[in-house]
Design a protein around this ligand. Sequence first.
Ligand SMILES: Cc1cc2nc3c(=O)[nH]c(=O)nc-3n(C[C@H](O)[C@H](O)[C@H](O)COP(=O)(O)OP(=O)(O)OC[C@H]3O[C@@H](n4cnc5c(N)ncnc54)[C@H](O)[C@@H]3O)c2cc1C
Length: 401
Amino acid sequence: MTGQASGAVEDGPGISFQLSDEIVMLRELVRGFVERYLIPIEMTVPEGESAPDEIVRPLQEEARKLDLWLLTVPQELGGMGLGLLEECIVQEELGKSKALPYRNNEVFGPYIDAMLLEGCNEDQKERFVMPLVRGEKRMCFALSEPDFGSDPSGLKSRALRDGDHFVLNGTKRFISNGDTSDFALVFCRTDREKTDRGGISAFMVDLRSPGVSISQRWPTMMGDVPSDISFDDVRVPAADLLGKEGEGFAIGQRSLTGARISSQAAWAVGVAQRSLDLAIEYVTDRSTFGQPLSERQAIQFMIADSAIELRTARLLLYETAARFDRGEDIRNESYMTKIYCVEVGSRIVDRAIQILGGIGLTTELPLEYFYRQIRSLRITEGTTEVLRWRLARNLIRHGAR
Ligand SMILES: Cc1cc2nc3c(=O)[nH]c(=O)nc-3n(C[C@H](O)[C@H](O)[C@H](O)COP(=O)(O)OP(=O)(O)OC[C@H]3O[C@@H](n4cnc5c(N)ncnc54)[C@H](O)[C@@H]3O)c2cc1C
């Protein structure tokens, strides 16, 4: 399977949309996997940042048998090299079950950020990427800081040159898997003068280096516990700089663009579909005041609105991903897609809980889990306000098209 979603979306006087046969086959394969292996166990797997090994290992074996392995790893590194549209199709199906944790779902093998690979030279791929691919090491993405979540001018970590090393000082905040990773992709200023994004560089930092410590853990409503990582005079070899000095912000943004679409927007669409399915199932079975809920207009309108929004979100998602696979600049579309899919997903889960009444709030169903997880997506990897602001700024500068 390639990243080229050929013929998936055509631009023209109108827009025609057709998923290739290959993509439809992939969707059916993953859907079958989720329905057969994940949904039946979802309410019994203990919730946590990572699923227990004894649950994940057998699932991974089944996935390997189906050739659903290392989906995002390029073919030259031994993976399937899926394009973004294909990755979205997979994430959407995974979003339909709460069996495995949203942020650390490795049922189809370690997740490798294809955008990040573009920043690595051959030596770095061998030293950093291959151990990830083999499942021997884990990494985290360390961009945010106490004074910087949305505004890069607040980024204060510094890495200053000292011979063939850089000396790193600073604190990174809310880093997912910060306390369980072997190395971190750390973004810091390498230019004493520049305070804008142009002075930011990206380093792969070994988290066992002297001077690295976990300074705080932050338990969240989703069950994740991101942590603060402090760097105190940490010596990082210059060979561990990704790309060139000053390219760090662009590397980080490329990586976030892909993640917003595949792991956030696509997952939200899957969550929305499952929530709507559960709502429809309930209203056909449940009667109140002598009539099935399915006959009540207040309920019908919630279902209709959810279906309209879900379909619109899915089309936007697929179109954006296919454009990316064709090499188009999708900066604005990625903002629209994340905002819309995540907000629609949130509304649909919320309506589903309302439709199911009390049972919707309980831990008997995955809805309350979806509700907690999807809430976080309006904040992580770019808040919806900041993305709206960037989108509007681009549109006002360059025109809306
Ligand atoms: C569970 C979790 C996991 C995380 N994992 C990681 C990780 O792995 N790596 C990493 O680097 N970071 C991670 N983060 C950090 C996350 O990316 C930031 O929390 C997020 O970018 C928001 O930044 P902030 O918290 O500083 O909010 P702020 O930037 O302080 O924003 C606060 C509020 O102000 C709004 N706001 C800000 N600027 C504007 C504006 N110009 N116009 C209008 N409104 C505005 C925001 O939308 C938000 O509502 C994680 C956070 C959480 C909670």
